[in-house]
Design a protein around this ligand. Structure first.
Ligand SMILES: *Cc1c(COP(=O)(O)O)cnc(C)c1O
Length: 426
C-alpha cells in the first residue's frame, strides 16, 4: 500500500515486530559486540551490513534517516550533527580540491560562508548566480570542472524560491547533479526530487525538529543520478576506494546506495559529524507531527502577512503565498499548499522603528532562530548583520528596516493582536 505523506510522518522508516517497542528505541551505545574478529572484519570491509561504532552508523539514527528518505521519496539517507555538516558533506562527497560548484546566491548566510570562505580554502571554487538569473547567465556559470549545482527551495532569509526544474535541467545538461537544501519547505510542502533534483539536504534543526530542541541535519539521495554515465567526473564513486579495500561504491551499492554509503564510509568516518541517538529520537518526535505543524505554520504566516500588508505603519511585506507577491507564481508551482511560516517585512521609520516594534512584542520572542513552534523574530540589521553599514546592508539584500518573523503554532489572532499593540506604540 502506498502511504501518503501524513502517514509516513508517523510510520515511515520503522515497523516494530511482535513485542518490540512502539516508539523508535534510543540505542545509546558507542559500540556493538561481535563473537568473532572475522565477523567484525566483514563489517569494516563493508562486506556485511551491521553496526560496529556509532561514529559511522547507529540504529536509532538510521531508523530516523529511513523515515526522512521515505518522506522525500529517496532511496537512501543519513543524519548529520547539523545542517552545516549536511551541506558540507553533500558537496565534499563529489567535489575535491580543484573542482567547482555553481550555487544560488541567496542561500543561508552560514552556508554561504562555508562555501565562499572555508571550502575555498580547501581548493573548491564556487560561482554564485541569482535564482532569477537569465538562462544565459546560468549557462555561463558552468566550467569544465563543475561537479554540482546547489540551491535552496525557499531561501533563508530572503524567501527567494528556486525554479528547481530550470536549475535541474541546466545541471543535467552539464552532467552534474542538482543538490537542494529543502529546510524551509520540508517534504510536506515541496519534494524536490519530483522536480528533477538529485540530492536533498536539510537542517533538521528547523521545522523537522520544530521545537527548538536538537541541532541536526540530513542528506537524502534520489538514487536517480547516473554517476557511471559521467564516470570521469566522479571517480570517488566510480573507481576503487583504496581506504576501503578497493570497493567501487557504484558497483557494490548501485545508484540507489552509492552516494550515501560513500558519505558514511569516508566523510563520517573521517570528520565524525555524527548526531547523538538522543537527538535523533527528538527529531523523530518532531517528524511525527510535521505535516500537521507545517499546515498551521503556513496558515498563521498567511494571516499575519495579510494583516501586516494592510497596516498603515508597514512599508512592505515579503511572503510568497500572498497574491501579488513577486514570487507568487513560483510559490504556486512548487509549494501549492503553502511555503513556510517565515515572512519578512519593513516597518515605516526604518531601523529605529523596527527595533522599537520588536521591543514591544509580548508573544513573539527575539531569537536568532526560525521554524520553531513558538513565534520568534529577528532584526538582522541590529543582530546578525549589525557590523554592516546601511549601504552594505542594501547590497546584501537585507534592508535596515527588515524584520524576519517566523510564525509559530500559536493562535493566529493572538499573533495579530500582539503585532497590532506593538505597532500602536511606535
Ligand atoms: C539553519 C540552516 C542551515 C544550517 O543548519 P544548522 O542546523 O544550523 O547547522 C542550513 N540551511 C538552511 C536553509 C538553514 O536555515
Amino acid at each position: 500500500m502506498t502511504k501518503r505523506i501524513e502517514t509516513i510522518c508517523l510510520h515511515g522508516g520503522y515497523t516494530p515486530g511482535n513485542g518490540e517497542p512502539r516508539q523508535i528505541p534510543i540505542i545509546q551505545s558507542t559500540t556493538f559486540k561481535y563473537d568473532s574478529s572475522a565477523e567484525m572484519g566483514k563489517l569494516f570491509d563493508l562486506e556485511a551490513s551491521g553496526y560496529f561504532y556509532s561514529r559511522l552508523q547507529n540504529p536509532t539514527c538510521d531508523l530516523v534517516a529511513a523515515k526522512i528518505a521515505e518522506l522525500e521519496g529517496g532511496t537512501a539517507a543519513m543524519l548529520t550533527s547539523s545542517g552545516q555538516a549536511a551541506n558540507f558533506f553533500s558537496i565534499f562527497n563529489i567535489a575535491n580540491n580543484g573542482d567547482h560548484v555553481v550555487c544560488s546566491s541567496t542561500i543561508y548566510g552560514g552556508t554561504f560562508n562555508l562555501f565562499n570562505v572555508t571550502m575555498r580554502k580547501m581548493g573548491i571554487d564556487f560561482t554564485f548566480v541569482t535564482p532569477n538569473c537569465s538562462d544565459e547567465e546560468l549557462e555561463a556559470a558552468f566550467k569544465p570542472n563543475t561537479k554540482a549545482v546547489f540551491g535552496e527551495t525557499i531561501a533563508n532569509p530572503s524567501l527567494d524560491i528556486l525554479d528547481i526544474e530550470r536549475f535541474a535541467k541546466a545541471a543535467h545538461a552539464h552532467g552534474v547533479p542538482l543538490i537542494i537544501d529543502n529546510t524551509f519547505a520540508t517534504p510536506i510542502n515541496c519534494r524536490p526530487f519530483e522536480w528533477g533534483a538529485d540530492i536533498v539536504t536539510h537542517s533538521t534543526t528547523k521545522y523537522m525538529d520544530g521545537h527548538g530542541s536538537a541541532v541536526g541535519g540530513a542528506i537524502i539521495d534520489s538514487g536517480k543520478f547516473d554517476w557511471n554515465k559521467y564516470a570521469d567526473k566522479f571517480p570517488g564513486l566510480t573507481t576503487p576506494d583504496e581506504s576501503y579495500h578497493g570497493i567501487t561504491y557504484t558497483e557494490r551499492f548501485g545508484l540507489a546506495g552509492a552516494f550515501i554509503t560513500k558519505a558514511t564510509a569516508q566523510l563520517m568516518r573521517d570528520f565524525g559529524s555524527t548526531p547523538s541517538p538522543q537527538s535523533a529520537f527528538l527529531l523523530n518526535l518532531g517528524l511525527e507531527s510535521l505535516a500537521v505543524r507545517m499546515k498551521r505554520h503556513c496558515e498563521n504566516a498567511y494571516a499575519v502577512a495579510e494583516f501586516l500588508s494592510k497596516h498603515e505603519k508597514i512599508a512592505w511585506v515579503n511572503y510568497p503565498d500572498l497574491p501579488g507577491d513577486r514570487q507568487h507564481d513560483l510559490a504556486k508551482k512548487y509549494c501549492p499548499n503553502g511555503t513556510c511560516g517565515v515572512i519578512s517585512f519593513g516597518v515605516k521609520g526604518g531601523r529605529q522603528a523596527a527595533e522599537e516594534f520588536m521591543g514591544h512584542l509580548k508573544v513573539g520572542m527575539i531569537a536568532t532562530h526560525v521554524a520553531d513552534a513558538r513565534t520568534c523574530c529577528l532584526h538582522p540589521a541590529s543582530a546578525t548583520h549589525r557590523q554592516l553599514s546601511d549601504e552594505e546592508l542594501k547590497a546584501s539584500g537585507v534592508s535596515a528596516d527588515l524584520i524576519r518573523m517566523s510564525c509559530g503554532l500559536e493562535n493566529a489572532q493572538d499573533l495579530i493582536e500582539d503585532m497590532a499593540q506593538a505597532l500602536a506604540q511606535i
